[in-house]
Design a protein around this ligand. Structure first.
Ligand SMILES: Nc1ncnc2c1ncn2[C@@H]1O[C@H](COP(=O)(O)OP(=O)(O)OP(=O)(O)O)[C@@H](O)[C@H]1O
Length: 306
């Protein structure tokens, strides 16, 4: 369980995170999404005790990171995969981490295998590609078999195989009852991996939603075509649907699903040539959400000072 409560972090006069609150529960992958500079990395760093918040709290299992004894057993994280001493061999790097966290040495070959690095365990990290470093960072995160995992943009630098592997791994970890928080600025990435989304913009919470609810929120109704569009529009409006004319002679219908529209047209003897549900893509929904939040801030004058 992750709890972020009224978290605020400033860099100089600028607010990077602004009274941000959310919770991340176990058993599913939660996506942490926001445009560049929204405050995702800062929030994750606060969660891992790597920066001190101005106020508020970021807790793992009810405690701040600094209060966790042998933290790798509670929370595993991938933040900056490049931050490994290049002269060390992968095996030694993980061995050292295991020893300093009271983790049995037997875990090292296990996580190397899990991360697909068994074959390069004795190579020096300095010669690793970015993708291999990402895998090593993930192996380190898994070392203590923690209940909470935090990954900042984990697909960066991975090839197509690596990306597929990491998506599978995230889902597997969540299915095993772990709390998995995964950041990205790409909705396309979240769409394939996350069940729930925490969306932030300019350090503030924009949405805490299931992926499905987000798509639903920005649905654009049903596109309907009929050679008797006027009659159909009247019948739909009488039945309580919201109907607007579209360029090209179609009707956009909200408040009634396609099968009900078909039934209604049949009852009135009106031919129906098309009834296409038009869901906004998740990417569109996400962009609208971010835009709406920015407009709301502009309208209410609640923009974060920078
Ligand atoms: N060490 C720092 N010193 C000064 N400003 C910082 C520092 N770290 C982050 N910031 C600023 O805080 C804000 C939030 O940055 P953060 O890296 O948390 O965003 P992000 O959502 O992770 O972005 P990205 O998707 O680009 O990684 C940005 O305006 C950034 O410039």
């Amino acid at each position: 369980m992750i709890e972020v409560r009224e978290l605020t972090k400033r860099y100089g006069g600028a607010l990077a995170v602004d009274r941000l609150s959310f919770e991340v529960g176990p058993g599913r992958v939660t996506g942490f999404l926001g445009p560049n500079g929204a405050g995702k990395t800062t929030t994750m760093r606060a969660l891992l005790g790597l920066c001190a918040p101005a106020s508020g709290a970021a807790l793992v299992g009810g405690r701040p990171y600094a209060a966790l004894r042998r933290p790798l057993r509670h929370v595993g994280a991938l933040l900056d995969a490049g931050a490994v001493h290049g002269g060390r061999r992968a095996l030694d790097h993980l061995g050292w981490l295991a020893r300093s966290n009271g983790i049995g040495a037997a875990r090292v070959p296990e996580v190397l295998e899990q991360a697909g690095l068994a074959g390069v365990a004795r190579q020096r990290v300095g010669g690793f590609s970015l993708g291999m470093k990402q895998r090593l960072g993930i192996a380190a995160a898994l070392l203590g078999d923690p209940g909470v995992l935090v990954f900042d943009e984990p697909v960066n630098g991975l090839d197509a195989d690596g990306v597929r592997w990491i998506r599978g791994l995230m889902r597997e970890l969540a299915a095993g009852g772990r709390t998995v928080l995964l950041s990205s600025h790409l909705m396309s990435e979240m769409e394939l991996t996350a069940d729930r989304l925490i969306v932030i913009g300019r350090g503030r919470l924009v949405a805490d939603t299931s992926v499905r609810d987000l798509a639903e929120r920005y649905r654009r109704g049903v596109l309907v075509r009929s050679p008797r569009a006027g009659d159909l529009a009247r019948a739909l409006a009488e039945a309580g649907a919201e109907v607007t004319a579209e360029p090209g002679g179609g009707l956009s219908v909200r408040g009634m699903e396609a099968p009900a529209i078909g039934d209604l047209a049949a009852r009135h003897g009106i031919p129906l040539h098309e009834a296409t549900p038009r869901g906004a893509s998740l990417e569109e929904a996400y962009l609208r959400l971010i835009e709406d939040a920015a407009e709301h801030r502009a309208a209410t004058g609640t923009g974060a000072s920078r």
